[in-house]
Design a binder for this molecule. Structure first.
Ligand code: 5AD
Ligand code: SF4
Length: 441
C-alpha cells in the first residue's frame, strides 16, 4: 500500500473533491501523508479557470523534479480541471507526470495507481459523467479544524458564460441525493462540527427528484438548517439569474443560516453582461440586491468581477465601478480577464484589451473596493455579534479569531475562549479586512 500526498489548488469545490479522493484511496488501504518526502504518489488537484492558475501548476511541476530525483519511485498525478482540459496532452508537455484523472473519474484512481506502478505505463482517465456525484463517499476531512466543513451538493455547470472553462472541465450539471447531504451534515454535527458550507457551481439550480417528489435548494437548506440551531449553514455560489425569493425567505427564517450571499456580478455594463451570456442585466441584478436587503437588512454581500473582458470600453468599465458604489460589497474577488481555450469567447471574440489596460482597470476596482470595505467595516464598530471561534490569530498567540454570521473575521483577546465555541464579541476597531473586538456576555 502506498503513501499519497495531495496538493490542492483552485476553488472550494476542488478542496471538497480532494477529500473525496482521500476517502476513495484510504478505503483501498492507502495512507494520506502530510509530509511530501514520505510520498509514493503526489496528486495535484488543479484549476484551469485562468491562465495564471495553470502556469502556477506548471511551475510546481518543475519544482517537483528535484524531489523526483531524490525519490526514484515517486509518481506524480494531475487531477481536476487542468487534467480534464488538457487530458493526455499534459503528459506529453510535462514529462514528469505519470497520470491525469478528470473530476468525474476519481473512482478509477486506485486502479490507475496500480497500473502505473505495476505496468510502468502512463494513464489518462478524463471521461465526464452526467450522473456521478460521489454521493456515497464520506469525505476524509483534510487539514480540517474540526469546526467547519464543505459538503458538495452538486457538480458541473451548463450556464456557458462566454469566458468560462468550467462547463468543459466539470461537465453537465447534476444534483446529489438530498438524503445523503442531510446525513453527511448530521454526521459532521455529531462529530462536533459547528459549520457546513454547501457547495456547487450554481446552488440555486440544485434540484433532485425521487419518487415523483422534487427537492429544490431552499428546501435542502431548510432541511440542513433544521439539524440543529447550533450548526451554522453557508453556501456558495449563487447565480444572480436564479436567486429566488423563496431562498431568501428560508435564509431569513433560520438564525443559523448565515447572513452572507456571494453573488458574482462580473460586470456593471448591460452590453458586457449580454456578451458574457450571463442572462441578467444590471437592473435585474440590483433588484436581487434590493430583495436581499428587504429580507435580511444585515446580510453581507460579496461578488466576483472581471476587468477587461473582450471589447470592454472605458465607459463600460466605469459602469462596473458604479455598480460597486451602488451595491457596496463587503468583499470581492477581482480578476483580469484571461482568455480560455474552448470557450465562446475563444471561438468568437477578440481578447483586445491590452494587458496594461486590464491591469489599470483591475487596480481601479481593487482601490474602490478597499475603500468600500473599510467604510462598511467602520459601520460595524459598536455592534455585538455572535462569533464562532475558529483558532489562533495569525498575528498574536494572545488573540483568537472567529467569524460572525456575515462571514467577517473578528479578532479578540483570547481570555478563556476556545475554538469551536460561540461567543459574543463587541466590535471596537477595524481594518478593511478584519474587525477587532472584545468579548462580552
Ligand atoms: N478570466 C478571468 N476571470 C474568470 N472567472 C471565470 N473565468 C474567468 C476568466 N476566463 C472568474 C469569474 C468567476 C470566478 C470563479 O472566476 O469571476 O465568477
Ligand atoms: Fe474550481 Fe473552476 Fe478552477 Fe475548476 S476551473 S478548480 S471549477 S474554479
Amino acid at each position: 500500500m502506498s503513501n499519497i500526498y495531495i496538493e490542492t489548488y483552485g476553488c472550494q469545490m476542488n478542496f471538497a473533491d480532494s477529500e473525496i479522493v482521500a476517502s476513495l484511496l484510504q478505503k483501498e488501504g492507502h495512507s494520506v501523508v502530510t509530509d511530501i518526502e514520505q510520498a509514493d504518489y503526489v496528486l495535484i488537484n488543479t484549476c484551469a479557470i485562468r491562465d495564471n492558475a495553470e502556469q502556477r501548476i506548471r511551475k510546481r511541476l518543475r519544482e517537483l523534479r528535484a524531489l523526483q530525483g531524490r525519490h526514484k519511485q515517486l509518481r506524480i498525478g494531475i487531477l481536476g480541471c487542468m487534467a480534464e482540459r488538457l487530458q493526455s496532452q499534459l503528459m506529453v508537455e510535462e514529462e514528469n507526470v505519470s497520470f491525469v484523472v478528470g473530476p468525474d473519474a476519481y473512482r478509477r484512481l486506485p486502479a490507475i495507481l496500480q497500473q502505473v506502478r505495476q505496468q510502468g505505463t502512463k494513464a489518462s482517465e478524463t471521461e465526464l459523467s452526467t450522473t456521478e456525484t460521489y454521493a456515497d463517499i464520506e469525505p476524509v476531512r483534510l487539514g480540517s479544524n474540526g469546526i467547519s466543513a464543505y459538503i458538495s451538493i452538486m457538480r458541473g455547470c451548463q450556464n456557458y458564460c462566454a469566458y468560462c472553462v468550467v462547463p468543459y472541465t466539470r461537465g453537465r450539471e447534476r444534483s446529489r441525493d438530498p438524503e445523503t447531504i442531510v446525513a453527511e451534515a448530521r454526521s459532521l454535527f455529531d462529530q462536533g462540527y459547528k459549520e457546513v458550507t454547501l457547495l456547487g457551481q450554481n446552488v440555486n439550480s440544485y434540484r433532485f427528484s425521487s419518487n415523483g417528489r422534487e427537492v429544490d435548494f431552499p428546501e435542502l437548506m431548510h432541511r440542513v438548517a433544521e439539524i440543529s440551531p447550533l450548526l451554522r449553514v453557508r453556501f456558495a455560489t449563487s447565480h444572480p439569474k436564479d436567486l429566488s425569493d423563496k431562498l431568501l425567505e428560508v435564509m431569513a427564517s433560520h438564525s443559523n443560516i448565515c447572513k452572507c450571499i456571494h453573488l458574482p456580478v462580473q460586470s456593471g455594463s448591460d452590453r458586457m453582461l449580454k456578451l458574457m451570456n450571463r442572462h441578467y442585466d444590471s437592473a435585474w441584478y440590483l433588484d436581487r440586491i434590493a430583495a436581499i436587503r428587504r429580507y435580511m437588512p444585515d446580510c453581507s454581500i460579496t461578488t466576483d468581477v472581471i476587468a477587461g473582458f473582450c471589447t470592454e470600453t472605458e465607459e463600460e468599465h466605469q459602469m462596473t465601478l458604479e455598480m460597486f458604489r451602488k451595491v457596496r460589497y463587503d468583499y470581492a474577488y477581482m480578476f483580469k480577464f484571461s482568455m480560455r481555450p474552448d470557450t465562446y469567447a475563444a471561438k468568437h471574440l477578440q481578447d483586445d484589451i491590452p494587458e496594461a489596460e486590464k491591469t489599470r482597470r483591475l487596480e481601479e476596482i481593487i482601490a474602490l473596493q478597499g475603500e468600500i470595505a473599510l467604510e462598511n467595516n467602520r459601520k460595524e464598530i459598536g455592534k455585538t455579534f455572535e462569533v464562532l471561534v475558529e483558532g489562533e490569530s495569525h498575528r498574536s498567540k494572545e488573540q483568537l479569531f472567529g467569524r460572525n454570521s456575515q462571514n467577517k473575521v473578528i479578532v479578540f483577546d483570547r481570555g478563556d475562549a476556545k475554538p469551536g465555541q460561540y461567543i459574543m464579541v463587541k466590535v471596537t476597531d477595524c481594518t478593511a479586512a478584519t474587525l477587532k473586538g472584545v468579548r462580552v456576555q
